[in-house]
Each structure stands twice: as structure tokens, then as C-alpha cells.
Design a protein around this ligand. Structure first.
Ligand SMILES: Cc1cc2nc3c(=O)[nH]c(=O)nc-3n(C[C@H](O)[C@H](O)[C@H](O)COP(=O)(O)OP(=O)(O)OC[C@H]3O[C@@H](n4cnc5c(N)ncnc54)[C@H](O)[C@@H]3O)c2cc1C
Length: 321
């Protein structure tokens, strides 16, 4: 594939990092006499991209509701086939990590994932630096035979963007039509492990919860009381909750003010992850469940019945207040 020394930066909804990558691309393009193209997958002000270093900005339209990374990869690959830049850079975000390898495969080229630095040679060869061998060395990787050379770059590793107020550039709106298998219908914020490890209130479910729907119920309660949801490993293994919610020896350790253990037996592997909580409330239908011995408040009974009573009166109290 005959290519130019142009550099394409695929902007992925993290404007701060996209602009830093554009500034980096600009300084590299000066070395190899190429142009910088910002290809934005989201609606954004193209002036920022130009001032950060883009010579041309492509605003791709029609992707707002598309949640199908493979379909986006196909659309990008056909744009790249038409325009043939020498270098294509993505953010190593969740989406960038999904789309970039698919694009590389479609173009039969290589990809260096998770770079921490990039350098351009005059010839247009990209030196891609990333940790390797269990982070014990920094490897410098080149893709000397295939084009485009592609890399994802870890967000936050590059210097802040430098803006040149007087820069000018061209802006093109490119409508993209995609027959996506997956479209976005709504948005539900995910609960990350970081949030869970810092939560002051945790309501954690075990296999006794019995279903994903049961965990949805716990989540509704957690939202109401300003807490997070946790899970035992057995509940995660049963597919009721994601691994990021797992608390215990092979999950995360938590230390909230209030830990409500629901349908959890209290195996030692679970206890090590939560027994530093200030107050533990345990709900279990088995009066002999070990967790009840560790609880400040032990409630024996069917979990749903107890929670419905408890949170109904909590809501009523809130209305009264
Ligand atoms: C190396 C290793 C690492 C591990 N790491 C972890 C870890 O990080 N975290 C972790 O949690 N586990 C871990 N485990 C697994 C752990 O040993 C237990 O198997 C697990 O914690 C049990 O989960 P559970 O309490 O949800 O399930 P169970 O032990 O099956 O308990 C379910 C409880 O729900 C109660 N119940 C059932 N129905 C109801 C109802 N309707 N209402 C009220 N109560 C009800 C039952 O009485 C029972 O007490 C690990 C195991 C190993 C070997």
C-alpha cells in the first residue's frame, strides 16, 4: 500500500487526551513533512483540534447512537483505504482498544497497543515505545514493512496540548451510514471498583440473592441510600453480578461505614475483604450462617421480604422528613 507521511488521530470523546495526541502528532508531522488529520468520532468544536495541531478535521456524523465497535472499525477502515495515511493513532481507551485492533486486522497491518511515547523519524517511520516483559523493560517497536503503522496511546502519558491561536485548517463533515447490530438506547452509569473501594455504604449480595434481577433490586436500594453494590464470589460465578463488584480475597477489600451482607454465608474468603467495615448488618435465612456471628446487626429471614419492609419504612421516613 503506497501511503503518505500523514498522521491520522482518531478522537475518542476524551477531548483533553485527544488534543494532547494531536499536539504530539503535529510535532511528529513536522519531522516527516506530513499533515495531521483529526478524525473525530464525536461532536466537538473543530477549532480546538486545529489549534492543537490538526491541519484537517473530519467530523464523522451518524455515530452518536452506534454502540457497535466492529461497524465503526469497518467505516474507519474504508476511510483509511481511500486516504492512505502512513500513521494512525488511537487513544488506548476502552473503545480505542476495541476499534484499533479491528481496523488493523481489516487493513492487514500491525498495531502497537498501549504506547507510552512515540517518536517520528524523518523517513516517516514511527518509533513506538511501550512497557514489555511484565513492565521490566521499555520496548521500542517499529512496523517497517506494513502501512499504515498503527498505535494506541495510553491516555494521560503525553504532555498537555499546546495551542497555537493563529493556526488555520480545513473542516469536513463526513456522514457515515452504518448498519449496526448494536445501537445505544439509553445510558446507565457503570459502578467501578474504585467507587466500590471508597464507598461509605455497601450493600453486598451473595448467591442467596438468586438472580440478576435480585441484584438490580440491590442496586436500586444502593442508589437510594447513596451506596454501592458488592457481591460474593459465588454470586459473581453464578453470573448475577460483574467481577468488578466482587469483594474478598480474590476481589477487592472494602472498609465502609456500613456493610449490608444479604444472602451471603460468610466464608473466610469473603470475610477478609469486608470485616474491617465499621458496622456490619447481615441478612440470612439460616440462623447458623457464619456471617451472623460477625454482624453488629443480624437479621434472620428471607432477604427480599426484609429489605422491602426496611426500605419501605426508610422511604416513608424520608417523605416525612
Ligand atoms: C482461593 C479462593 C478464593 C476465594 N475468593 C473469594 C472472594 O474473593 N470473595 C468471595 O466472596 N468468595 C471467595 N471465595 C469463595 C468462598 O469460599 C465462598 O464459596 C463464597 O464466598 C460463598 O458465597 P455466598 O456466601 O454468596 O454463597 P453461599 O456460601 O452458598 O451462601 C449463600 C447464603 O445465602 C443464604 N440464603 C439463600 N437464600 C436466601 C434467601 N432467600 N434469603 C436470605 N438468605 C438466603 C444461605 O443461607 C447462605 O448462607 C474464594 C474461594 C477460594 C477457594
Amino acid at each position: 500500500m503506497i501511503t503518505s507521511n500523514d498522521i491520522w488521530v482518531i478522537g475518542d470523546k476524551q477531548i483533553k487526551y485527544d488534543l494532547a495526541l494531536l499536539s504530539k502528532a503535529h510535532s511528529m508531522a513536522e519531522v516527516c513533512a506530513g499533515k495531521v488529520f483529526a478524525v473525530m468520532l464525536y461532536e466537538t468544536d473543530p477549532d480546538y483540534c486545529i489549534r492543537a495541531g490538526a491541519d484537517e478535521v473530519y467530523l464523522l456524523q451518524g455515530l452518536e447512537k452506534i454502540a457497535d465497535d466492529a461497524a465503526i472499525a469497518h467505516a474507519l477502515a474504508s476511510l483509511l483505504r481511500e486516504n492512505r495515511p502512513g500513521t494512525v493513532l488511537f487513544q488506548a481507551t476502552v473503545r480505542g482498544r476495541a476499534i484499533a485492533p479491528a481496523v488493523a486486522a481489516l487493513l492487514s497491518t500491525g498495531l502497537t497497543a498501549d504506547c507510552i511515547d512515540l517518536k517520528m523519524e524523518e523517513s516517516g517511520l514511527l518509533l513506538q515505545k511501550r512497557p514489555a516483559l511484565g513492565d521490566s523493560i521499555i520496548a521500542e517497536i517499529v512496523c517497517d514493512k506494513l502501512r499504515p503503522q498503527m498505535a494506541t496511546v495510553r491516555p494521560g502519558v503525553l504532555e498537555d496540548p499546546t495551542f497555537q491561536e493563529k493556526r488555520t485548517g480545513k473542516v469536513s463533515i463526513i456522514p457515515i451510514e452504518i448498519n449496526a447490530l448494536v445501537t445505544k438506547t439509553g445510558f446507565m452509569p457503570a459502578q467501578s471498583s474504585e467507587l466500590l473501594s471508597e464507598a461509605k455504604i455497601i450493600i453486598a449480595g451473595g448467591v442467596g440473592i438468586g438472580s440478576r434481577e435480585g441484584f438490580e433490586y440491590l442496586r436500586e436500594i444502593a442508589l437510594q441510600i447513596g451506596g454501592c453494590v458488592g457481591a460474593s464470589r459465588a454470586a459473581v460465578d453464578a453470573g448475577y453480578a460483574p467481577y468488578t463488584w466482587q469483594i474478598g480475597q480474590t476481589g477487592i477489600a472494602v472498609k465502609p461505614n456500613l456493610y449490608i451482607a444479604v444472602g451471603i454465608s460468610g466464608a473466610v474468603h469473603h470475610l477478609v475483604g469486608m470485616n474491617a467495615s465499621d458496622y456490619i448488618v447481615a441478612i440470612n435465612r439460616d440462623a447458623k450462617a457464619p456471617i451472623l456471628q460477625y454482624a453488629d446487626y443480624a437479621i434472620v429471614g428471607e432477604w427480599r421480604h426484609i429489605l422491602e419492609q426496611w426500605f419501605l419504612s426508610y422511604q416513608e421516613r424520608k417523605v416525612c422528613i
